[in-house]
Design a protein around this ligand. Structure first.
Ligand SMILES: [Zn+2]
Ligand SMILES: [Zn+2]
Length: 600
């Protein structure tokens, strides 16, 4: 650790990360300096560096606005031009308490600092309580920009006062800062919440509750197509689909361990007729009940139970984000009951194959596999059973190595009952998140004393593989919206074609064309509104409908339509029978871009 009272630091000799941290932390001081000038009543919280810059939390007499941000930004630049040195000094607790007597948050911080460790930092006329780690002077703070204002609770707890947080971006060069801003712009452009609203895919309604997604007709169509597809793929691979209730008794979750390891993430419990019930946080216990309901022979294993199962998790309201962080979600879930490690390996290899197939078809590329390990030291978070962890982790490592797929390992990322393979997805909006997991589980079979009859007639304990492939419908559709920027491939498009009559007298023929397409189970609308044709085409493009079929006198006579493709491209007058054949092909091959066919 650096000496907090160091007098000079050679920035160029430091690793980039530390250099950036010093620049970002120093910039936070300058932000506080500017804020105190803007509002002398400001009460100061903390101002740490973050991955993309810095922030500072303040309690202020009024809400900040965009003009304030501009003013603060300019004031900071003046301070940078002044090249004010950052000077550290030690002081006693009593001195510090006197100095920040009007700063309740500083006093709160001081409580946790031991006598002898209290230090402050002064630059220009501003002094802050600080542990150190700065650049030499404000002139060494490079490219920055104040970005936004957000709410934040003191020490992150809802029980504490709410503060206003000012975020700044900071990078070493203007080019890096510009690249970051461009990435943010890209994220805004692709934001599934905005596109979801524009295309009327889903909604969140206050009275139905935060984090409870409503699938509107267009979004429900995408969801249904994904489910039909994945269920068919599962049937081909020997899965059996079941449907189990959303609610289970307390005893079920006590036995599974969710009651002791996971209750904070569950909905409040329900009590009636002396029984306690919970909304299920995961589907595993219900699936285990199905397995346990009869005695199985080794001949039946592996048994692959699958369900589009609802899960209920009490995410904090501040954590909820559109469809990617919700409270009720439907997982493309399965539990595979295996005879032993050998069968587990085969089954996981099969799941990896299915994943590659599914993500390939969806055109997803930016993902990687992560082997998520437990932490033997953390027996509170993880089930305490070292041999079980070792066996599970070795097994998953072997499967990944044999699969030939690239992967990396991460400690402390496992589920509470076992290690897992996570599919880490880097979204088009630049976010890195776990899309889906494969877990190997020796723990729940033991908890539930599961058995099967082995070849020699003895009773043996199965191993469970938990796996998702399509993730939750909510998270997958959120991701696809951002990946495709709302331009869904034909097979997933809520409306696949719109027939546009040029004049009123062509509406009847437009309906005939639509009828022919519908007979091929294509989703088609007729835009019979009394509007100009160009306006209708523009609306169809806004709705990102893959095909626009324009019909007038000539087309009616030739039993044809003039075909326009989303994103440009004009196929000209095409016989309706050909259009049907073409769209059907494109749908059935799940081509990613309309008008461009996948090689058979
Ligand atoms: Zn500092
Ligand atoms: Zn499970």
């Amino acid at each position: 650790m650096a000496d907090p009272l160091e007098s000079h630091v050679d920035l160029a000799s430091l690793p980039k990360e530390e250099r950036l941290n010093r620049m970002r932390h120093s910039a936070a001081h300058v932000l506080a300096e500017a804020m105190v000038e803007l509002m002398p009543e400001a009460e100061l919280g903390i101002g740490p560096p973050i991955d993309t810059g810095f922030y500072y939390d303040f309690r202020l007499p009024r809400p900040l606005n965009a003009d304030d941000l501009t003013w603060l930004d300019e004031r900071m630049r003046r301070s940078l031009a002044g090249k004010h040195a950052f000077q550290m000094a030690s002081l006693t607790k009593a001195e510090a308490e006197a100095k920040w007597a009007n700063q309740p948050f500083k006093l709160d911080l001081l409580k946790d600092i031991e006598e002898g460790n209290v230090t402050q930092c002064t630059h220009a006329a501003f002094t802050d309580l600080c542990r150190g780690g700065h650049v030499n002077h404000t002139g060494e703070i490079p490219a920055f920009k104040l970005m936004s204002i957000a709410g934040a609770y003191w020490r992150g707890s809802e029980k504490n006062p709410q503060l206003q947080r000012v975020y700044g971006a900071l990078f070493e060069t203007e080019a890096e800062l510009a690249a970051y801003e461009q990435q943010l712009e890209e994220a805004r452009r692709r934001d599934h919440r905005r596109i979801g609203r524009e295309l009327k895919l889903f909604d969140l309604i206050e009275n139905i509750g935060p984090g409870h997604v409503i699938w509107l007709p267009a979004g429900a169509t995408i969801r249904r197509e994904l489910i039909r597809w994945i269920e068919d793929l599962e049937i081909e691979r020997g899965y059996q689909h079941i449907v189990t209730p959303n609610v289970g008794k307390k005893e079920l979750y006590v036995r599974s361990g969710h009651w002791s390891h996971y209750q904070d993430a569950m909905y409040p419990i329900m009590e009636r007729e002396g029984e306690i019930y919970a909304l299920r946080p995961m589907n595993c216990p219900s699936h285990i009940m199905v397995y346990e309901s009869e005695l199985h022979s080794y001949r039946e294993l592996p048994i692959r139970l699958a369900e589009l199962g609802n899960m209920h998790r009490w995410e904090k309201s501040g954590q909820l984000t559109g469809m990617s962080r919700v409270r009720i979600m439907t997982l493309n879930d399965s539990h595979i009951f295996c005879t032993g490690p050998e069968q587990v390996e085969q089954e996981i290899a099969g799941v990896l194959e299915l994943m590659e197939d599914v993500y390939g078809t969806l055109g997803l590329r930016n993902y990687s596999y992560r082997l998520s390990l437990g932490d033997p030291e953390d027996t509170e978070k993880y089930v305490d059973n070292p041999p079980m962890w070792e066996m599970g982790e070795a097994l998953l490592r072997r499967v990944m190595q044999r699969s030939g797929l690239e992967f990396h390992e991460a400690k402390g990322e496992a589920a509470f009952y076992g290690p897992k393979i996570d599919v880490q997805f880097q979204s088009a909006a630049g976010k890195d998140e776990t899309l889906v997991t494969i877990q190997v589980d020796f723990h729940l079979p033991a908890q539930f004393e599961l058995e099967y009859v082995a070849e020699d007639g003895s009773r043996q304990r199965p191993i469970i593989v938990h796996r998702g492939v399509l993730s939750t419908m909510e998270r997958m559709v959120a991701l696809l919206i951002e990946e495709y920027e709302g331009n869904f491939p034909l097979w997933l498009s809520p409306v696949q074609a719109v027939v546009i009559p040029i004049a009123d007298r062509h509406v009847a023929y437009a309906e005939e064309v639509a009828k022919e397409l519908r007979a091929a189970k294509l989703r088609v609308e007729v835009d019979g509104r009394n509007e100009r044709m160009n306006g209708k085409i523009r609306d169809a493009q806004m709705r990102k409908i893959p095909y626009m079929l324009v019909v007038g006198d000539r087309e009616a006579e030739a039993r044809a339509a003039a075909v326009r493709v989303r994103g440009g491209g004009d196929l000209g007058a095409t016989p309706v029978a050909d259009i049907v054949a073409r769209l059907r092909d494109e749908r059935d091959t799940k081509a990613l871009v309309p008008g461009v066919f996948r090689e058979a």
